[in-house]
Design a protein around this ligand. Structure first.
Ligand code: C5P
Length: 237
């Protein structure tokens, strides 16, 4: 059993670890904590798509124009993705973004942005460059299947829909969850999953060589231990 309460010594062999899965499966929190344990950097690829969505909304580009976006339009948004410490920070107009990326407006529109071929192409190189030297835990939808097909460890996290909705609500609004909010969250997650799974470019799929971890009955701590142990068993890292 690995004790993850303490940061482990920096590894000489720095690998790439991918963690994919549907909305609310706990990918981002798990990836972030795993990166801390290994002294690796964390790439939250969902935040890249959220940054693009936030900036298109902020720049008042109408959603009806999004399907016609070209690479020059994306360049014109002047986004910056900068490795800082153990993560990648996102900037729009020199402003560091954080909680605004999780607003309902961004969440409701991000699947549209992420379905666009031009967007996926534009972000592909950026993401791959961040993993060139290894030492990266990348989470998202297509990290193992498309962005880092050679990653040393690929994990696919999943959990039942109800559990994922409850975890999301607990994180966003706390213990006081009404039946109505619960129902709405389940619908929102289901719709986003459907859009992510059925899009043409880089849909959410489980990479064939990934390891499935069902977290439905696991606490966050157990989920993290399970993932940490998979990495250790497979690579010795
Ligand atoms: O993980 P998160 O919920 O922040 O992701 C937001 C959205 O970004 C997803 O619903 C999906 O549409 C898109 N995404 C993606 N590919 C990734 C990561 C996220 O299409 N690798």
């Amino acid at each position: 059993m690995v004790d993850f309460e303490f940061k482990e010594e920096k590894q000489s062999e720095a690998i790439v670890i991918t963690i994919d899965g549907p909305a609310g499966s706990g990918k981002t929190t798990t990836a972030k904590e795993l990166a801390k344990i290994l002294d690796y950097r964390h790439l939250d690829s969902g935040a890249l798509y959220r940054t693009l969505t936030f900036s298109l909304l902020s720049a008042n580009v109408p959603t009806s124009r999004w399907d016609q976006l070209e690479e020059t339009d994306l360049e014109g948004l002047k986004l910056q993705f900068i490795p800082e410490g153990d993560c990648i920070e996102m900037y729009y107009n020199q402003r560091k973004l954080s909680s605004e990326l999780r607003s309902p407006e961004v969440t409701d529109n991000v699947s549209h942005v992420s379905s666009l071929g031009v967007v996926r192409n534009w972000l592909l190189g950026t993401q791959q460059m961040l993993g060139v030297h290894g030492g990266l835990v990348a989470d998202g939808r297509d990290m193992g299947a498309a962005v880092f097909p050679e990653a040393e460890v690929k994990i696919f996290l999943t959990a039942e829909l109800e559990i994922r909705a409850r975890r999301r609500l607990l994180e966003n609004i706390g213990e006081e969850i009404s039946k109505e909010q619960f129902k709405e969250e389940m619908i929102r997650i289901e719709e986003r999953d459907l859009a992510d799974r059925s899009r043409k470019y880089s849909p959410l799929i489980r990479a064939e060589d990934s390891i499935l971890v069902d977290t439905t009955t696991l606490s966050f701590k157990d989920q993290l231990i399970a993932v940490r142990n998979i990495v250790k068993d497979l690579t010795g890292v």
